[in-house]
Design a protein. Structure first.
Length: 183
């Protein structure tokens, strides 16, 4: 897959049978157990994640991968569970970027590997926000852009878009939706 700016959101859904062509497991620390699909990423995203995590480790930044690829079926289960709990924090099936294999949730021990906003205040979260764009990743759901992306601020969710676009988006502050002039 060379077309990285694949846009997935609550209005632009992936079909249930969309599976990335080249899922692979990057050699980075993961919280999920061996063999779990959450350890998979699309090949280019996996390579970039390895470079990002290697640099982090060199700078004593202890990032941990929590969740990469997620199948449509798994998203459907999570969504239905969330509906039973009357929670709106889970994207509907087809609306999660994790189905593309280009998104990775990252956390750190200081917040017990939770995916919470306070990750953004940790040394690791701040490092991630500054460095992800150098490796082709963006913080996909920035602060104060929920009306555009459809998602609240998620400092832990990074999305691979390729280096040229990640740098452009981080310098301009545009979201993927704004870049593509979508509402
Ligand atoms: Zn995520």
């Amino acid at each position: 897959m060379k077309y990285f700016p694949l846009i997935v959101n609550k209005e632009r859904l992936l079909s249930p049978d969309y599976i990335p062509a080249s899922l692979t497991e990057p050699a980075i620390p993961f919280n999920a157990p061996s063999g779990d699909e959450r350890r998979l990423l699309e090949k280019s995203a996996a390579k970039a994640a390895m470079r990002l995590f290697t640099q982090a480790a060199l700078e004593q930044i202890g990032l941990v991968g929590v969740s990469g690829y997620r199948s449509y079926e798994r998203q459907k289960e999570l969504y239905e569970d969330a509906m039973k709990r009357k929670s709106s924090a889970v994207a509907p099936p087809g609306a999660s970027e994790h189905q593309t294999g280009l998104a990775l949730d990252v956390s750190c021990p200081e917040v017990n590997l939770e995916l919470e906003e306070r990750f953004g205040h940790t040394k690791e979260g701040k490092w991630l926000a500054r460095h992800a764009p150098l490796y082709g990743y963006i913080i996909r759901y920035p602060k104060n852009k929920e009306n555009i992306t459809g998602f609240p601020y998620e400092p832990w969710h990074i999305r691979y878009v390729g280096e040229a676009l990640s740098l452009y988006l981080s310098l301009t502050g545009l979201t993927l939706e704004e870049y593509h002039e979508l509402e």
